[in-house]
Design a protein. Structure first.
Length: 150
């Protein structure tokens, strides 16, 4: 009986690790899609009902200055104003419940420009909600807390 439980635990661990790798690949593909302005790739990753909610933190990191929500149809053209040399995802954690997964990370963008200006942030704490539909994961909601430059 103990061997059976141990085996199930190992299977779950492998499955969770595989999910983390699958979602990490999708997160990286999302960054590449934004960097290369690849509409087709982005539309395959983000769901039709996608919404980004952004909290801009104050300089003391005490609380948000404001919360802004952007739907997919607004987000796609806006992300094409972004340009950056590279990006890094760190402090990654993944939780899942069947066909639902939450991917949390700290994301840094290097030499980020939005339009013709350099924004007052270089990174963000990101929480993404993914749903599995038709055997593929889609990004439904992103909560992003932008971190001010230090």
């Amino acid at each position: 009986m103990l061997l059976q439980l141990y085996t199930k635990s190992l299977d779950a661990q492998v499955s969770d690790n595989q999910l983390k790798q699958d979602l990490l690949k999708l997160e990286q593909a999302l960054v590449i899609g934004i960097k290369t302005h690849d509409t087709t790739a982005l539309k395959n990753i983000i769901a039709n009902e996608y919404q980004l909610s952004v909290a801009i933190l104050d300089d003391t990191l005490v609380g948000p200055k404001f919360l802004q929500a952007v739907r997919r149809e607004q987000w796609l053209p806006n992300c094409f104003q972004w340009s950056f040399d590279s990006a890094a995802l760190t402090q990654i954690s993944v939780s899942s419940w069947g066909e639902v997964a939450v991917f949390r990370s700290l994301q840094h963008f290097y030499n980020l420009m939005i339009g013709n200006s350099q924004p007052p942030f270089t990174g963000a704490l990101v929480t993404d909600l993914w749903l599995k539909r038709d055997k593929r994961w889609q990004l439904v909601t992103r909560l992003s807390e932008r971190l001010p430059k230090k």
